[in-house]
Design a protein around this ligand. Sequence first.
Ligand SMILES: *Cc1c(COP(=O)(O)O)cnc(C)c1O
Length: 437
Amino acid sequence: MKFRSTLGGAERPGFSEVLRRGLAADGGLYVPERWPNFTLNDFIGAQSLSEVATRLLAPFVEDDPITLELSHIVREAFDFPAPLKRVQGTSPGEALSVLELSHGPTAAFKDFGARFLAACFQRIQKSGSGSINILVATSGDTGGAVAAAFHQRSGTKVTVLFPKGLVSPLQQHQLTCWGDNVCAFAVRGTFDDCQRIVKQAFGTVALRQRQQLSSANSINLGRLLPQAVYYAATSLAWYREHGMQLSFVIPSGNLGNAVACLWARRMGLPIGRVVLAHNANRTVPDFLVTGEWRPSLSTTTIASAMDVGNPSNMERLRDLFPEVAELRASVSAVSIADDAIRRRICLDHERFGETWCPHTAVAAEAWENMTVESRRENAWCVVSTASPAKFPEIVEPLINARVPIPETLTRLFDRPSVFKEIDMSLKALEAELTKIN
Ligand SMILES: *Cc1c(COP(=O)(O)O)cnc(C)c1O
């Protein structure tokens, strides 16, 4: 498979090169040149995530050296479950399930994409020289997932920049507890400053080449594509058992998770309707109504991992459905305010006994707001993107109870936290990079 840019540039790199570059030369995002078409028969005998992954991802790597390693890579990346659980206590005639994507090392769905990308980079770098240096600016969750995924992987190093004093204590620990090939820096500035320095570093060609800098954010196809796997495996299992498609409500920010679901549907998997559940950042819901693309600055909400005013994967969504009418017919999008998120966490704890994280509660509220007919006609699945244990300061007062901490997270607390403070300048970062490499 070759890949093309959403902006139409002439280059057609293969899989490994696409991962290494991250962004296309013309500034667009990479998408597959064509879509494989799967039928249910293609997945006979494939039950586990890694078995489904091997078949689903094979066409994308078939002419790339990494194809020989695919089965090893997916076994490493998909080594924790994504269980689908029925929610008990819904009204008669309504079936609601929840897909739990929070059982990885940092208790959020980003672990899947980050682990797949890390396993790929380790193989890609084997044939190269030196180490590939992943540079990531984080407002909290992404950096932790990337650090955990790359920790102790040969041929890779990770440099994490986070804004000093502006991430939660738990998030800071997830960023700083690794050591070895992972270095964390508290930047004296905001998240936007961190992001600006990272962009400057990538824009400085000499530095980028000398340090072999690469990125691991969700514009990298190697993080997005593997996310199609849990949608494929879940919808297949549902179809085998119930003979009908499964429809998803997806907490959305940069749209990486949602686009992966739509890619799985495009490839022929039995997926029904798809709802993009946004917080108060309503750029996408507004676009579906007006047809005008008006990106904005982000608004701060309690579902902070979705505080995005200019979703980077919108380009991939538009590429999939170039006409607005087609897009409207294919997905719907809603915006949920903070007070409704809080109320939903509270109410669903009482009536279903479920404890949602603030992001998952956005999707649960979107399901609640559907018409009764829609809830009855489709089998709905709310996608749970993180464990509520990551957000105790928000969730615990609402449910008036303690949230148990999963073992994956307690294990991290046994590790010491190490980081260094630096000024918010490219010069300060460059000096540190030179010491590391
Ligand atoms: C990143 C994140 C999201 C948003 O996912 P996108 O792929 O950016 O749309 C939702 N929930 C949680 C917990 C996240 O960490």
